[in-house]
Design a protein around this ligand. Structure first.
Ligand SMILES: N[C@@H](CCC(=O)N[C@@H](CS)C(=O)NCC(=O)O)C(=O)O
Length: 211
């Protein structure tokens, strides 16, 4: 059976958990704090990050985008990518935006833990988060109550939904839902799907010094 090295707040790991559930692939969840010295991630991923999908052979497949790509090849049904090349590009563009939001939130989260956080750095990350959410909102408005790409649930919804819910965990002061009602409605619909409801992000205590 596959093992997934995951962390409870991680939007990247959540993308993979949702994809595995949607595809009906059994896996064992191995929950870690990747910022702690005892993390197993270096044994499987030279970049020392999670998520890592550990195969029965002991090999590690890492990086959420690549894991989803790998799953699509090895377990094509049900597909999480759309049928046409244009729609695949649209879905991947949403994933770029969603991952970019999460990357900026991670930078912001750790900057705030420094003794003297840099306000220009924080403002720069905030702009990325706000710009990314605005770009998702435009797509949600165009989708008019449906899924983000090609009218079918898939990668774009997984990426956007996990990024948006991560904001509540790490950047709750940004009330994006008040600003973008169509996006908020889309997020709520996604969170009620069984694969989302089973993977609601939960903060983790990071007890070792990171920055
Ligand atoms: N682009 C990566 C990001 C993964 C990532 O940043 N994971 C975090 C946990 S949410 C991590 O393991 N960080 C440990 C570190 O950077 O040292 C992906 O999509 O998998």
């Amino acid at each position: 059976m596959y093992q997934l090295i995951s962390a409870t707040p991680s939007p990247y790991a959540r993308k993979v958990r949702i994809a595995l559930i949607e595809k009906g692939i059994p896996f064992e969840l191995r929950t870690e704090v990747p910022w702690h010295g005892d993390t197993a991630t270096p044994a499987y991923n030279p970049l020392q990050k999670l998520p890592v999908l550990v195969l029965p052979s002991g090999a590690g497949i890492y990086e959420s985008r690549f894991i989803l790509e790998w799953l699509e090849v090895k377990h094509p049904e049900p597909p999480l990518l759309p049928d046409t090349k244009e729609d695949v590009l649209a879905a991947r563009q949403v994933e770029v935006i969603a991952d970019g939001i999460c990357d900026a939130v991670v930078l912001l989260f750790f900057e705030r833990q420094r003794e003297a956080p840099s306000e220009p750095w924080i403002a720069r990350q905030r702009r990325k988060v706000e710009g990314g959410v605005r770009a998702l909102a435009e797509r949600a408005e165009a989708a008019d109550g449906g899924f983000l790409v090609a009218g079918r649930f898939g990668l774009a919804d997984i990426a956007a939904g996990t990024a948006l819910r991560y904001l509540a965990v790490r950047f709750a002061e940004f009330d994006w839902a008040a600003e973008y009602p169509a996006l908020a409605a889309m997020s709520a619909r996604l969170e009620s799907r069984p694969s989302f409801a089973a993977t609601t992000p939960v903060p983790q205590a990071i007890t070792e010094k990171v920055v």
